[in-house]
Design a protein around this ligand. Structure first.
Ligand SMILES: [Zn+2]
Length: 309
């Protein structure tokens, strides 16, 4: 079985101005590096559909959806949702496409059609709260995909691993009281979005780490916290909030990971997936703003997903 890379041109049409680091060039940089690395020909390319309203309502309020849908500005204009989250005329379509793509990848993996998937999608999702957009994120793609696996496919337990430099506060809020979901992450602290670290429980293993933490610190978090929790929880499917802004070259974070750390983390998650989840993994792009480091890190992540190393 193969690894698929999902994306769609709609995800390039949402943009927030030339100054904004969360830009369409991020997806182009990923494509460039995938092609340059030669792995583009070894993985399957797929497109996803637009998310439909009932699926969005599993994780988001009517008001959160209406905020995007009913405020789309004219051509060349932007409508601000917060200080650094804006929408243009294409943003609702892009957000529906990103969420629909994550759910379609979930369908394909659960059907046994592909082994696992990486969704090269934007806008990203993990800061998006059930009640509204936040921090470059419009809809919470990973949360919607996890709810699709639980409520759409009847799974009982899924894990969400978040290795973005920022805390996935929207995901944590969505599943705080849901014993069907284990969320495991590390995040730079104190740092945006300035949420207080949650207490560590059987289904919430979000570990704050200080600025300048590198691969050694992150590997210790994975071994001491993530892996014991994952093996105890026995997820039937694993989702990854794959942000690459903890890379040492990324100016939006202050951590010091390199490509080999992303490959190592991915292999650890793959091993848990093989043991408990029939290898079922759907990974969704979150942050990552240094275009070169982003492209190289995605290549390392996808090589590990496709077991090309
Ligand atoms: Zn981030």
């Amino acid at each position: 079985m193969s690894t698929a890379i999902y994306s769609h041109a709609d995800c390039l049409r949402h943009e927030m101005g030339d100054w904004h680091p969360e830009s369409p060039d991020r997806l182009r940089a990923i494509d460039d590096q995938l092609i340059r690395s030669g792995i583009d020909g070894l993985v399957e390319r797929r497109e996803g559909p637009l998310a439909e309203l009932p699926a969005l309502l599993r994780n988001h309020s009517e008001a959160a959806i209406a905020l995007l849908r009913d405020n789309l500005p004219g051509t060349g204009e932007y409508y601000p949702l917060d200080a650094d989250t804006l929408i243009n005329e294409h943003s609702y379509q892009a957000a529906l496409r990103a969420a629909g793509t994550a759910m379609a990848a979930t369908d394909a993996v659960l059907a046994g059609d592909i082994a696992n998937a990486f969704c090269a999608i934007r806008p990203p999702g993990h800061h998006a709260r059930p009640g509204g957009a936040m921090g470059f994120c419009l809809f919470n793609n990973v949360a919607l995909a996890a709810r699709h696996a639980l409520d759409g496919h009847g799974l009982d337990r899924v894990a969400i691993i978040d290795f973005d430099v920022h805390h996935g506060n929207g995901t944590a809020e969505a599943f705080r009281d849901d014993p069907r979901v284990l969320m495991a992450s590390f995040f730079q602290h104190p740092f945006y979005p300035y949420t207080e670290p949650e207490p560590i429980t059987a289904n919430c293993v979000n570990i704050p780490v200080p600025a300048r933490s590198g691969g050694d610190a992150v590997r210790a978090v994975v071994q001491e916290y993530w892996l014991p929790a994952l093996h105890a929880f026995k997820p039937q499917m694993i989702f990854i909030s794959a942000g690459f802004d903890a890379h040492r070259e990324d100016d939006l974070g202050e951590m010091a990971l390199v490509e080999s750390d992303y490959a190592w983390m991915t292999r650890q998650i793959m091993a848990v997936g093989r043991e408990h989840a029939q290898g079922r993994i759907v990974s969704c792009l979150e942050g990552g703003y240094n275009l070169s480091a982003l492209g190289r890190s995605v290549v390392a992540h996808v090589r590990a997903l496709a077991e090309l190393d």
